[in-house]
Design a protein around this ligand. Structure first.
Ligand SMILES: Cc1cc2nc3c(=O)[nH]c(=O)nc-3n(C[C@H](O)[C@H](O)[C@H](O)COP(=O)(O)OP(=O)(O)OC[C@H]3O[C@@H](n4cnc5c(N)ncnc54)[C@H](O)[C@@H]3O)c2cc1C
Length: 233
């Protein structure tokens, strides 16, 4: 979350399409001529203003991942969760097709890294679109091991091409102990040169990151880790 007294360029786009794709996820398609200014890399994110920053210089923003980017017509897809029940949730519920949307120049530090042989893609539903985009961008020669954890099957949505390339697990309770057990059971211990992406709710993502970091059982050369949001107690 950030308050914007920013001088950086503000991009604008139009919401072409909005649809609910799972119990707690809304898909929006945005078209913006400003996208032609960027050199898109899979894993980019953008800070979306939740109100018009020209009218309200203190407009807050939320960061969302590109689920897909189509450069010919300058169209990006975002998948925005409604679990978190904060201002971002209110915003995505309220927007309509045809609305103008304001956001910062897309960029990212969770972008595609082709340097590994094996990949661990781990996260919750808020990170699913990001992990789908990384998975699609990886060279076909890479071995991908995935774990998407959710509280209900109704929360899981397919990738943009309607496929389910990542493995998901429905957990009750959805706690870090259960997730770490699954990693121990399903992820290879003998894989060499592994790159991991660990994204999602703060509590579980942090526990997974701590478990994998410097773990002698897994040869992980790099972990891309980010806490996306924090559950309200
Ligand atoms: C790199 C990145 C990519 C993201 N991509 C997506 C996406 O594609 N789809 C999606 O639904 N959400 C995504 N998020 C999460 C999103 O930015 C919001 O934080 C989340 O949706 C909650 O917003 P809210 O207004 O509904 O809830 P609120 O609870 O009102 O959010 C409060 C704010 O608190 C901040 N915050 C507080 N504690 C933490 C913490 N421990 N870790 C992280 N943030 C904290 C968040 O920045 C959030 O903006 C991403 C976050 C990051 C950092």
């Amino acid at each position: 979350m950030s308050n914007q007294g920013t001088t950086s360029e503000i991009f604008t786009g139009i919401i072409l399409q909005k649809s609910r794709i799972a119990e707690h996820t809304i898909h929006i398609k945005i078209q913006s001529a400003d996208f032609s200014k960027i050199k898109y890399v899979a894993g980019f994110t953008t800070d979306v203003f939740l109100s018009n920053p020209y009218y309200n210089p203190h407009s807050v923003s939320r960061e969302y991942s590109f689920w897909n980017y189509e450069p010919v017509y300058n169209i990006a897809d975002l998948a925005i969760n409604t679990f978190s029940n904060g201002e971002g949730t209110d915003w995505v519920k309220g927007i309509q097709e045809g609305d103008t949307i304001f956001f910062k120049e897309p960029s990212g530090d969770l972008v595609i890294d082709q340097s590994g042989e094996n990949y661990f893609l781990i996260g919750d539903i808020t990170a699913l679109s990001h992990l789908y985009e990384i998975n699609r961008a990886l060279a076909v020669s890479k071995e991908v091991y995935s774990l998407i954890y959710a509280g209900s099957k109704e929360d899981v949505f397919p990738d943009i091409d309607h496929s389910f390339p990542l493995k998901y697990y429905i957990l009750s309770p959805m706690d870090s102990r259960s997730i770490l057990d699954l990693i121990n059971i399903h992820f290879p211990k003998d894989g060499k040169n592994t790159v991991a992406y660990v994204l999602g709710d703060s509590e579980n993502a942090t526990a997974i990151y701590k478990f994998l970091k410097d773990n002698p059982d897994f040869d992980i050369q790099r972990i891309y880790f980010k806490s996306f949001w924090k559950k309200k107690r």
